[in-house]
Design a protein around this ligand. Structure first.
Ligand SMILES: Nc1ncnc2c1ncn2[C@@H]1O[C@H](COP(=O)(O)OP(=O)(O)OP(=O)(O)O)[C@@H](O)[C@H]1O
Length: 903
């Protein structure tokens, strides 16, 4: 009992002690809790900060965007200095807008990139606020977004048309182009005072997410831009900075002059702005940032972004609306009144209200034009071509157009299925052209240059006599005048992009034409989408580009100017720097007479006007004006549409229309006098039919080589075209397919041939008999290397190869394995077979058969034709689409148009 009493007493004591401790603790806590007066202070402070924010970030800059009315007017008196980034919430019930300085002060970084949706929302809301609040057009934006390939900026797309933001960069190349532009923006090319006056624009570089594994050197460039940017009107928003430190090289310190935002969950912490402290000088002089969690602004409503961007686009468009007509002679004026004696001149744009003209003459014979993709290179060239073609007649000016890039930039000058008119000045045009085509054009011009320089009497219309070495010869008949020639090579870096024979010849020709052409009325425009890939060199010893004094830099095209000339930095769409001193910079303003910034119209904005103009020029063309020859690199060519083939058919059967959709004035093709296999179209100016003659001379046979199925189709075309050469029933065809894969193609061919000629399908023994027999006929073999080895134990009989043609026996064969042909002819293929067509056969193997090195890289829709008579090789577009070629000879309906049309 006594024990129990003692335990109870101990428990009571413990309880009293615990109660006393709890009371003491409670009073201690009370003492440390913020006094009610402090809370009031916090609320007061929040209230004061809300009021300050209303002044610092009025309207678009600080309003909650989800409640922002679409009707809120855009623009403000000047560049906004502060912008809201979210809501600071120091207490549950105390909030105020979190505001940071940006434009005019520094930059903003977030430690996560825009793959964190909070950062994506923040970036888009800041961008929207700044665009809406800045004077329209004063803020230029460049975006980088690798993580979503530019999607982050998709809602801002209307800014592209407004010239405020090109499509965002999404990879390392794009990043580097953007960095180069920003570096150009801050380059101290001239005294600060001039710069300030010069730039009424601010450049905002928004890096939403860096490309994976961005190199240390590029990160260092970003850091350098941050260092020097604010003084030059360049500001950065970089999401994901510093980037993850993968290596020592890529470990980066915070950006200079930046306010840093660190993402926590669910709030963010905002560091001090550059050169200032949120804590002020007291009571927390050492605060490293805003002493409150901040909830970042969320993604603005898409309709709001759309509305702001569209209105900006409309405003800027209204302010700079130009029409093609503004660059042309008045509509009421006569066409072609220009005198080309001293050169050609055209208006390329307006500087203010003044027309700016450029010339092709002795001093400015050739032009170099550059701009990033989508910068308006095509628009500029189209304006220029129409400008010249309204001023000068087709007798005074002949134009050659080549576009190596994808796209159909010159197709509007050419006839097509819908509209058969064309620009009468255009002699030849290559759309999505092969390098080979470009070379063919240069060769043609070079021949013309030689002609003009060796026959002085052929001096061009109005080309003053001093262009010739001799005085005109008045004792002979007057010589027809020759026109000035303008050759436009768009996407020119493609032409010389490979280290091969073609590049070296093209470079030689370009240099000769550029150097000598000026005296003979031959002018060049090289136009390229930047980056030009190092094709430009500014060395004083650079012979080629030194011949191009006129430089036209469109947005992103500063590369065509001298490296220290930053005039093209920040150019909006629709503007260009035109420089007539080889891109040389120098002081701007009145003293920089050789350079102007011009605005030019988008000619395609009014397609009806463009069509009307083309028709006007076409209608006025001289009666004998030929249609341009068109090479469309993407087009497929069918035997059924081939003009030579159709003429052959017409000669045999007068009912066939030979026009093949070609303009009426297109010349009638020359039909081979002796039987010939038609194989495709050559990649050259005339896009002539590629043929292998099959006359009565030893070796007149055809071997097609390669595994491509297109090779089988071409063999079919060869057989059908030969059949068309002979009067009905006068030729015999023996067809064989040793391999099952081509059995159907072979049997269809036999069926088709039988409607016109005698044709039989044979097996191996039938073929052996035909190969060794003496009956005339064409032996057509699909997959010759599939023949059982015992069919022809001694290989191809030399009697067939040598004497066959004289007896009208010709072998048309397809070999998948070139080595087999080499072997069967004991290494004498080039002596025994006069026509070989190579598909997917590597250059080295072709060289083995031809006994000499050959510059050939197999590619789809192209084949290399070797002509044994001349030992020349030609790249051709083989006839395709065997299904269409099945139309029996003699039954082809007229009106297949392909040349120049997309198939
Ligand atoms: N002066 C202009 N004003 C406004 N928009 C223009 C102007 N010039 C071109 N554009 C528009 O810009 C876009 C790109 O123009 P264009 O095709 O001429 O450029 P590009 O540099 O040749 O492009 P790409 O490299 O894609 O071929 C088109 O949508 C065009 O309508």
């Amino acid at each position: 009992m006594a024990g129990l009493k003692a335990r109870m007493s101990h428990a009571v004591t413990l309880h009293r002690q615990a109660a006393a401790a709890a009371t003491a603790a409670a009073s201690a806590l009370d003492a440390t809790r913020p006094a009610p007066a402090d809370q009031r202070e916090q609320h007061d402070l929040a209230e004061r900060l809300r009021a300050a924010a209303a002044v610092l970030v009025p309207g678009w800059l600080g309003a909650p965007l989800d409640a922002q009315s679409e009707d809120t007017p855009l623009g403000g008196p000047g560049l906004p200095a502060f912008v809201r980034i979210g809501t600071a919430q120091p207490l549950d019930d105390a909030r105020f807008p979190a505001v940071v300085p940006l434009l005019g002060t520094g930059h903003l970084t977030t430690d996560a990139d825009t793959r964190d949706p909070r950062v994506a929302g923040l970036v888009r809301s800041i961008l929207l606020r700044l665009l809406a609040a800045a004077p329209a057009g004063s803020l230029l934006v460049r975006g980088v977004d690798a993580a979503t390939s530019g999607l982050l900026f998709a809602p801002f797309t209307p800014l592209t048309a407004a010239g405020l933001m090109p499509p965002p960069a999404a990879d390392r190349t794009g990043l580097r182009a953007v960095l180069a532009e920003a570096e150009g923006w801050i380059r101290p090319a001239r005294p600060a005072a001039t710069r300030h006056h010069r730039r009424d624009h601010t450049l905002l570089l928004v890096i939403a997410s860096l490309p994976e594994l961005t190199e240390g050197a590029d990160l260092a460039r970003i850091a350098a831009l941050a260092q020097d940017g604010p003084a030059a009107g360049l500001h950065l928003i970089v999401a994901g900075w510093p980037p993850p430190p993968l290596t020592e090289e890529t470990t980066q310190p915070p950006l200079s002059h930046a306010t840093m935002v660190a993402l926590r969950n669910p709030y963010a912490l905002v560091g001090n702005p550059p050169g200032a402290s949120f804590g002020g000088t007291s009571p927390q002089p050492t605060a490293i940032g805003l002493n409150s969690p901040v909830f970042l602004d969320e993604d603005p409503p898409a309709h709001l972004i759309d509305r702001v961007c569209r209105e900006l686009a409309v405003r800027l468009d209204a302010g700079s609306h130009l029409r093609l007509a503004d660059l042309l002679p008045d509509e009421g004026d006569d066409l072609w009144t220009g005198d080309p004696s001293d050169g050609l001149v055209t208006t390329v744009g307006l500087a203010g209200d003044r027309a700016v003209t450029l010339r092709f003459d002795e001093l400015t014979p050739h032009w170099l034009v550059g701009g990033r993709p989508g910068s308006g290179v095509s628009a500029f060239l189209v304006n220029m071509v129409y400008g010249l073609c309204t001023r000068y007649s087709p007798e005074a000016l002949a134009i050659y157009l080549v576009d190596f890039a994808e796209g159909v930039s010159f197709s509007e000058f050419l006839p097509d299925e819908r509209d058969s008119s064309w620009l009468p000045h255009v002699r030849a045009a290559g759309v999505e052209a092969d390098r080979t085509y470009g070379l063919a054009v240069l060769r043609e011009l070079d021949t013309e240059l030689t002609r003009r320089s060796t026959k002085p009497a052929h001096h061009p219309t109005g080309l003053a006599p001093h262009h010739t070495t001799d005085p005109p010869d008045h004792t002979t008949d007057p010589v027809p005048p020759v026109p000035r020639i303008l050759c436009v090579l768009a996407g020119f870096p493609v032409l010389t992009s490979l280290d091969d024979q073609l590049t070296s010849e093209a470079n030689d020709l370009l240099e000769r034409l550029a150097r000598t052409g000026r005296g003979y009325g031959i002018h060049l425009i090289l136009a390229g989408r930047t980056p030009l890939g190092g094709s430009l060199s500014y060395s004083p010893r650079d012979n080629l580009f030194g011949q191009f004094p006129v430089r036209v830099a469109l947005p992103g095209g500063g590369e065509v100017l001298e490296p220290t000339n930053d005039a093209a930095v920040g150019l909006p769409l629709g503007a260009a720097v035109v420089n007539t001193a080889g891109g040389l910079g120098g002081p701007r303003g009145a003293t920089r007479g050789h350079e102007r910034v011009v605005r030019f119209p988008d000619p395609r904005a009014a397609p009806a006007t463009l069509t009307e103009l083309r028709h006007r020029l076409w209608t006025a063309r001289p009666a004998d004006s030929p249609a341009p020859t068109v090479f469309a690199g993407y087009a497929h060519h069918r035997l059924a549409d081939d003009p030579t083939y159709r003429t052959l058919l017409a000669d045999v059967d007068g009912s066939v229309d030979t026009s093949s959709g070609q303009p009426a004035s297109a010349a009638r093709p020359t039909v081979p006098a002796e039987p010939a296999a038609l194989l495709g179209r050559t990649v050259d100016l005339a896009v002539t039919t590629a043929t292998v003659p099959l006359g009565p001379v030893a070796g007149r046979h055809l071997a097609i080589l390669g595994t491509s199925r297109a090779a089988a189709a071409t063999l079919g075309a060869a057989a059908r075209s030969v059949a068309a050469h002979h009067a009905p029933g006068s030729a015999r065809f023996v067809v064989m397919s040793p391999t099952p894969e081509t059995a159907e193609v072979a049997s269809i061919l036999v069926g088709d041939l039988r409607q016109w000629q005698e044709a039989i399908m044979v097996d191996a023994s039938g073929l052996a008999e035909a190969l060794t027999g003496d009956q005339p006929g064409y032996l057509v073999v699909f997959g010759m290397d599939g023949l059982p080895p015992d069919t022809l134990p001694a290989g191809l009989p030399s009697t067939l190869l040598h004497e066959g043609p004289a007896r009208n026996v010709h072998l048309l064969s397809w070999w998948r394995q070139p080595q087999r042909l080499h072997h069967d002819l004991d290494g004498r293929a080039r002596e025994e077979i006069a026509g070989m067509l190579f598909f997917d056969v590597p250059g080295a193997e072709v060289g083995l058969l031809l006994g000499r090195p050959v510059d050939w890289r197999p590619r789809p829709d192209r084949a290399l034709l070797w002509d044994g008579q001349t030992d020349q090789t030609t790249i051709i577009i083989p006839f395709s689409d065997p299904a269409d070629d099945r139309t029996p000879v003699g039954l082809i309906s007229p009106g297949h148009a392909t040349v120049g049309g997309r198939s």
